[in-house]
Design a protein around this ligand. Structure first.
Ligand SMILES: C[S@@+](CC[C@H](N)C(=O)[O-])C[C@H]1O[C@@H](n2cnc3c(N)ncnc32)[C@H](O)[C@@H]1O
Length: 206
C-alpha cells in the first residue's frame, strides 16, 4: 500500500528543498558505514549521495516502479555500483533483508505514513545491534513549501516517542536542525535489549 501523501513533485523542484550534503554531514553519515537500507528511494535524492559516502551497499526500495527506474538510471550514470534499487511495498512486506544485516536504515520523509511504529520496528529489525536508524522529516510548520498536511505531520517529539517505544535510543542532539525545512533524528539500536537484560538479571538473582 502506498503511504498516504507520499507522491512526489517534479524532481528538480524536490531537490531544491534540501541541503543534501549538509543533512548527511549533520546526521553523521560517512565512510564508517557499510551496508544501509532505505525506505522510499524517490528520485534517488539521498540514495546516490549516501552511496558515494558508504564503504558498502545501499539497498533501497520504493513501491513506485518509475522511482526505482530513475534511481537505477542515475546510479548507472554516476558509475555507482553499490546501489541496489528494487520495487517493493515495504509497509506490507518489510525490507526482505535478514535480521541485523545492516549498519543503518534511512527513513527520510516517510513517518507521516500509516503505521509509523511498524516502519520503525522493521527498520530496527534489519539494523545490527549498535547500528543506527536515521530519520528526517518536514518541520512542524505550515509555512514549509511542501510536506504532508499538518494533521498527519509528526512533530520531532512524536518521532522520538515512537522510536523509544520500539527499543531505539535517540542520540543527542535531538532533534537536529536541517535547514531550511527539515529536522533530523538519529537512533541507536541497543546492543542488548535493556529490559530483557534486567529481567534475566533479576531472574538469576532470585
Ligand atoms: C515523500 S517520498 C520520499 C522519497 C525519499 N525518501 C526522499 O526523501 O527524497 C516517499 C517515497 O516513498 C515511496 N513509498 C510510498 N509508499 C511506499 C511503500 N509502501 N513501500 C515502499 N515505498 C513507498 C513513494 O513512492 C515515494 O517515492
Amino acid at each position: 500500500m502506498k503511504l498516504r501523501e507520499s507522491g512526489m513533485p517534479e524532481e528538480t523542484y524536490w531537490e531544491s528543498l534540501f541541503q543534501i550534503e549538509l543533512i548527511l554531514d549533520r546526521l553523521g553519515i560517512d565512510g564508517g558505514l557499510r551496508d544501509v537500507a532505505e525506505l522510499g528511494c524517490g528520485y534517488g535524492t539521498f540514495t546516490l549521495p549516501v552511496a558515494r559516502r558508504l564503504c558498502g551497499t545501499i539497498e533501497t526500495f520504493d513501491i513506485d516502479p518509475a522511482m526505482v527506474e530513475r534511481t537505477r538510471g542515475r546510479a548507472e550514470e554516476g558509475g555507482l555500483e553499490n546501489v541496489r534499487a528494487q520495487v517493493r511495498d515495504v509497509l506490507q512486506e518489510g525490507f526482505g533483508l535478514p535480521l541485523g544485516s545492516q549498519d543503518a536504515c534511512l527513513l527520510f520523509n516517510i513517518l507521516h505514513g500509516e503505521e509509523p511504529l511498524r516502519l520503525l520496528q522493521e527498520a530496527r529489525r534489519v539494523v545490527r545491534p549498535g547500528g543506527r536508524v536515521f530519520v528526517i522529516h518536514w518541520r512542524y510548520d505550515p509555512g514549509t513549501p511542501r510536506g504532508p498536511s499538518m494533521d498527519i505531520r509528526p512533530r520531532p517529539e512524536q518521532c522520538l516517542a515512537w522510536g523509544k517505544s520500539v527499543g531505539l535510543r535517540p542520540l543527542p542532539p535531538a532533534p537536529l536542525d536541517l535547514p531550511p525545512y527539515h529536522f533530523g533524528l538519529v537512533f541507536r539500536k541497543l546492543a542488548i535489549d535493556a529490559r530483557a537484560s534486567q529481567e534475566s538479571q533479576r531472574s538469576r538473582l532470585e
